[in-house]
Ligand binder design. Structure first.
Ligand code: SF4
Ligand code: SF4
Length: 112
């Protein structure tokens, strides 16, 4: 499932540069998806674009936003359940130029 940011967010900005998929944006900022710009999903808090979040699968074995968030408000979105395979396919679509290593305990939270 994609990760989501709750209203506990204190807008510290620590998570944004940590995302390997550029899925995190500041409240009010437009986001980019497939070369197009879209209006912000939140005007008040940092937000995650679900179509770009892979739970860090393919890159890291832990959600990097959750790892750095000082108030633990980056949490799994229960309404967006996705399999590891679906998340990896999403990562490949986002990074068509990248050669992804086979999934392991190093690059998938599902293998830890
Ligand atoms: S879980 Fe990973 S891919 Fe998803 S928003 Fe957080 S840092 Fe980005
Ligand atoms: S690290 Fe946490 S508190 Fe800081 S902007 Fe990101 S979600 Fe909000």
């Amino acid at each position: 499932m994609a990760t989501m940011i709750t209203e506990e967010c204190i807008n510290c900005g620590a998570c944004e540069p940590e995302c390997p998929n550029t899925a995190i944006y500041a409240g009010g900022a437009q986001y980019e998806l497939n070369g197009q710009m879209f209006d912000a999903l939140s005007n008040d808090f940092y937000y995650i674009v679900p179509e770009k979040c892979t739970e860090c699968v393919g890159h890291f074995n832990q959600e990097q936003c959750a790892a750095v968030c000082p108030v633990d408000c980056c949490v799994p979105d229960p309404n967006r359940a996705e399999t590891e395979g679906e998340l990896l396919a999403k990562a490949k679509k986002i990074h068509p130029e990248k050669q992804f290593a086979d999934l392991s305990a190093e690059n998938s939270r599902f293998r830890k």
